[in-house]
Design a protein. Structure first.
Lengths: 116, 335
């Protein structure tokens, strides 16, 4: 078995082990449900009716995250061969990062990174 | 026996050994943290079950198995069931690629001390650590309850923001070692640990390490006194324990990453075996987690996000450019 085949086998083994733990506890534990126990945790304020709302900030954050994560992925191949690629490689990656930094400054000026 | 059968057997032995190490660590980490926090706050900590409470984690585990497994009426059953399993499985998957020592040669066979040996181990580990947040978001949204939803949103936003910093900070050692293979990264530190070359990257990594595993001072997703344990509010018994299991496995993994990338992994004077050196350095980071728990107050959410996006992100990106520059021009402090 080579690396990624073993990863797949390990994934199946782990899934079986942990799902088995949950199922075993389900079989061992007592069961005594009644109406109040199955209610959601409330603590003073009413429970959610219908759907839930998500702050628009989280969408913006997810977009920013995708942008920068892909940037990191493009920098990874360069970082492995940084020595071999020499000055030209360094200048190219600098231009790439500086272009992305311009986008970062634009997002900052527009207030996409501001939390209140 | 054929070669493939022996290979499969070695894989299984390593797999269950890793599982045993991590299970014992998770069990005794709970005891250890309660004990240390107790003494930091002038209390005794667990004392009743066994000598100095040493059997307390075993008692807790047995209790978790026999606790009633309550599912709220409105919850989405499938996701409610799968969320703790998904979180724990992916946390364990990340730990698969940790090398615990230099490759061994036993009976003429070349055995690596990681369960799976991947040429791009660090990318695999970062990918698996990101997937842990799927368990969290499933847990939060499946309950349709307000505190879990807020907690899950917070946790996912925090984890993805800081994983960016974590991955970028780890690129500096990768540039210096010229490889994504964890074993080669340790070998590249044989003359001097990377912490002395990359102190800035290490500080960024340390901060994001705490945030990724959602521990004090960045434990906002679980803030007990505002969110009632966040996304875990509706979970009971074994499912609740599995979330804690996943969190401790993440702590285990990122502490190992810190040792491997910045503290020379298993390298050390030869009077102790390499594995011992790895675990001694790693124990320091585990203590650091407990220490910060006993010391720091919690950050506010806007402060948390500003630290990540406005302070750490520019610093790590400029640090990458600086490292690339220094590598090219062979500055005297680099080999």
């Amino acid at each position: 078995m080579s690396g990624y085949g073993e990863v797949m086998v390990a994934f199946i083994l782990f899934s079986v082990i942990f799902a088995g733990m949950v199922i075993m506890s389900r079989m061992l534990a007592p069961k005594n449900p009644y109406k109040e126990k199955l209610d959601l945790y409330e603590c003073g304020s009413p429970i959610l009716q219908g759907g839930y709302k998500m702050d628009i900030k989280y969408y913006l954050l997810a977009i920013m995250f995708t942008l920068f994560d892909i940037e990191i992925l493009f920098v990874v191949p360069w970082s492995v061969y940084a020595r071999g690629l020499g000055i030209i490689g360094f200048i190219e990656v600098s231009v790439f990062i500086i272009l992305l930094f311009a986008g970062y400054i634009y997002a900052y000026v527009k207030g996409a990174l501001k939390w209140q | 026996m054929s070669d493939a059968v022996i290979g499969a057997l070695i894989f299984l032995v390593k797999f269950f050994l890793l599982f045993a190490i991590i299970s014992v660590f998770v069990l005794y980490a709970t005891w250890y943290e309660r004990k240390v926090i107790g003494h930091m706050q002038q209390r005794i900590g667990p004392k009743r079950v066994g000598w100095h409470g040493l059997l307390q984690p075993v008692a807790d585990m047995i209790k978790a198995f026999f606790k009633e497994d309550s599912i709220p009426r409105d919850a989405d059953k499938l996701f409610f069931w799968s969320a703790p399993v998904i979180g724990t499985v992916f946390a364990m998957m990340a730990a698969l690629a940790i090398p615990f020592g230099p490759p061994l040669v036993l009976f003429g066979r070349h055995i690596t001390l990681d369960v799976v040996h991947l040429p791009s181990g660090i990318l695999y580990m970062l990918a698996m650590l990101s997937l842990v947040s799927f368990g969290v978001i499933f847990a939060g949204l499946s309950t349709k309850s307000k505190y879990p939803i807020i907690g899950a949103q917070r946790e996912v936003a925090q984890v993805i923001s800081y994983e960016l910093i974590l991955a970028t900070a780890l690129l500096n050692p990768v540039i210096m070692a010229g490889s994504l293979d964890l074993t080669k990264i340790v070998d590249a530190q044989s003359h001097l640990w990377f912490i002395f070359y990359q102190p800035v990257a290490f500080v960024c990594f340390l901060i994001s390490m705490f945030a990724v595993s959602a521990r004090v001072p960045f434990d906002l997703p679980e803030a007990e006194n505002e969110l009632v344990a966040g996304f875990m509010t509706e979970f009971t018994g074994m499912k609740f324990s599995l979330f804690y299991f996943a969190q401790y496995v993440v702590i285990f993994t990122v502490s190992m990453l810190a040792v491997i990338f910045f503290f020379g992994g298993w390298l050390g004077p030869s009077f102790l075996p390499p594995v011992a050196w790895l675990f001694i350095k790693w124990a320091f980071f585990i203590f650091l987690y407990t220490w910060s728990w006993g010391t720091f107050p919690r950050y506010r959410y806007d402060q948390l996000m500003n630290i990540s996006w406005l302070i750490l992100l520019p610093i790590v990106i400029i640090n990458i450019l600086w490292t690339g520059f220094a590598i090219q021009f062979g500055l005297p402090y680099l080999h």
